[in-house]
Design a protein around this ligand. Structure first.
Ligand SMILES: [Zn+2]
Length: 316
């Protein structure tokens, strides 16, 4: 199944169309009646909005279709653009093998939170713009021959923030993994706990880690995959307690943002601070795996980690 996402849904907010699209006919703009300053001659070529994306690292323009076919990796410099949860799942599991769990679970506005906009209206807006119910998709699928309990977060839905639904869906996923004797793989991308749910979202940190502890008691492996960005409450809970913790190249991973740390410590931060490469050097990560190699590497790791369960007699 494919879902169309807006640019904003992918977090690719710096991308600008080559030509400003005309305003929608049903919207009345106050400047609509002003004479046009730029003549049509200035617009050399009309390029419809949304066909091209600009690479954040090398600034090259990339045809969106080419970017999609390349798993959202820049063909010029290898920069990993954000990828939607459904696209990610399709890139990891065997065709038609994924059985989604708790697909209809949705968040409620228990605190009646209202900031610039109410939490309810934000949820409604993101459901429409992304086609998702919340910031994670969970289910059981096969990576080559190995069945896995797989959870994939989506930064496009409220910054991949962890509220009650994200925590509950992941906990149920992990518990199903424990029950069925399956390894757990969680691909994270998140701005942290969801402030709109206050303490309810913070409780998910303990709940998910508790479920993982029970999973570990059954000697079942958990692989955590960190993608750009994985921060705050998610980084401080289930994302960094994996038996193996791997990351995509260049991913930003940290608890507090660099500006906060710089202001608190009153010192210059080292180059590459909070990048996957920086954390691999310092032992927080076990490996950095490019997106195109992720499926094969996960299969390799899982085969090794599950060997004791597959061939118990050989270990006696
Ligand atoms: Zn690039």
């Amino acid at each position: 199944m494919t879902t169309s996402f807006s640019k904003k849904a992918f977090g690719v907010e710096a991308v600008e169309p080559a030509v400003t699209p005309p305003p929608a006919s049903n919207v009345q703009h106050s400047f609509a009646k002003k004479p046009k300053l730029g003549s049509s001659k200035a617009r050399k070529k009309e390029i419809p909005e949304g066909l091209w994306s600009k690479c954040k690292r090398c600034s090259n323009l990339i045809y969106d279709k080419e970017l999609d076919e390349n798993l959202k990796i820049c063909p010029h410099c290898g920069y990993h653009f954000a990828i939607g949860s459904r696209e990610r799942i399709n890139s990891l599991v065997e065709t038609c093998s994924f059985e989604e769990m708790d697909a209809d679970m949705i968040s409620v506005d228990a605190l009646k939170f209202t900031g610039v906009a109410s939490y309810s209206s934000k949820l409604e807006g993101y459901r429409k713009s992304t086609g998702l119910k919340d910031a994670v998709i969970t289910g059981i699928g096969k990576i080559f021959e190995q069945r896995v309990a797989l959870g994939v977060m989506d930064f496009g839905f409220l910054g991949g923030s962890m509220g009650s639904v994200v925590g509950e869906k992941l906990t149920r996923l992990i518990e199903t993994g424990t029950e069925k004797g399956l390894p757990v793989v969680i691909v994270s991308t998140s701005g942290g706990a969801r402030m709109y749910e206050g303490m309810f979202s913070l409780m998910q940190m303990a709940k998910t880690c508790g479920a993982l502890a029970y999973h570990a008691r059954q000697k079942l492996p958990y692989i955590s995959v960190l993608t750009d960005p994985t921060t705050a409450g998610v980084m401080a809970s289930y994302a960094t307690v994996g038996d193996l913790i791997i990351a995509e190249p260049g991913a930003m991973i940290g608890f507090a943002g660099p500006r906060v740390i710089k202001d608190t410590t009153q010192s210059e931060l080292p180059p590459g601070f909070q990048t996957a490469e920086f954390l691999l050097d310092r032992g927080l990560l076990d490996a950095i795996v490019p997106r195109k190699e992720l499926k094969a590497k996960l299969a390799y790791y899982l085969d090794f980690l599950m060997a004791g369960r597959k061939y118990p007699a050989a270990l006696k």
